[in-house]
Design a protein around this ligand. Structure first.
Ligand code: PGA
Length: 236
């Protein structure tokens, strides 16, 4: 199965920066890696992607099936901009008050409209019980069709943007727990990503773990370093 690498640009960038990124990404040659780029909504149209290994994603979606929602973005709008993937339930949105119930609504809106949600889960503190993460997985997937293959990004909140990385054994343990949970819930398959403080110096040890890919934040803005990581993984 190809490794999946997701770039979450968060609330960063400019037309100029994204023009550079798109130019370099369109020239990038990879054999067996799927790349997903998730810019802020207002820059989606800058991402004229001409590379079959690269897809467009975004960082959120509405949870309401109601056009009277000021400031929200609907699935049909995203589809018009060729978006395929949607990051849902990122801890930075959970911090703004997003609850499991809304995350579940967003996941369902994605699936009902042919969009693939990338569901972010993770414990707040290093000392927290890992089972709380499984509860997040379960809640996010409540009443979704079992013939889908959920994409789960395990992102320990304490590791996001902090330079702190969990031990590979912890990532492996969590990845196995998530896979077991998904199977128990009745899904055939899933994709488990890791995210949080990955960079060019540590990606190799993480990719050697039992995960299917990475969700990259800060480093995705440094396009040369991002490409170095993609190539490193593609050559594995
Ligand atoms: P980071 O962010 O790579 O900057 O730690 C990851 C994320 O927020 O998804």
């Amino acid at each position: 199965m190809p490794k999946v690498i997701v770039a979450n640009y968060k609330m960063n960038g400019s037309k100029k920066l994204y023009a550079t990124i798109v130019k370099k990404i369109n020239k990038l040659k990879v054999m067996d890696t799927r790349i997903v780029l998730c810019p802020p909504f207002v820059y989606l149209d800058e991402f004229r992607l001409k590379n079959r290994s690269v897809s467009l994603g975004c960082q959120d979606i509405t949870n309401e099936d109601n056009s009277k929602s000021t400031g929200q973005i609907s699935p049909s709008m995203l589809l018009e901009f060729r978006v395929k993937y949607v990051i849902v339930g990122h801890s930075e949105r959970r911090k703004l008050g997003e609850k499991d119930e809304q995350i579940n609504e967003k996941v369902k809106i994605c699936l009902n409209n042919g969009l693939l949600p990338i569901i972010c889960v993770g414990e707040e503190k290093k000392s927290d019980k890992l089972d709380s993460v499984l509860l997040q997985v379960e809640q996010a997937l409540k009443s979704t069709p079992k013939d889908t293959s959920p994409i789960i990004a395990y992102e320990p909140v304490w590791a996001i943007g902090t330079g702190k990385l969990p031990e590979v054994a912890r990532i492996n343990r969590m990845s196995k727990k998530i896979r077991d949970k998904i199977r128990d819930l009745g899904y055939q398959n899933c994709v488990v990503l890791y995210g949080g403080s990955v960079n060019k110096d540590n990606f190799k040890e993480i990719i050697s773990s039992e995960i299917d890919g990475l969700l990259l934040g800060g480093v995705s803005l440094r396009i040369d370093e991002f490409i170095e990581i993609v190539k490193g993984i593609d050559n594995e």
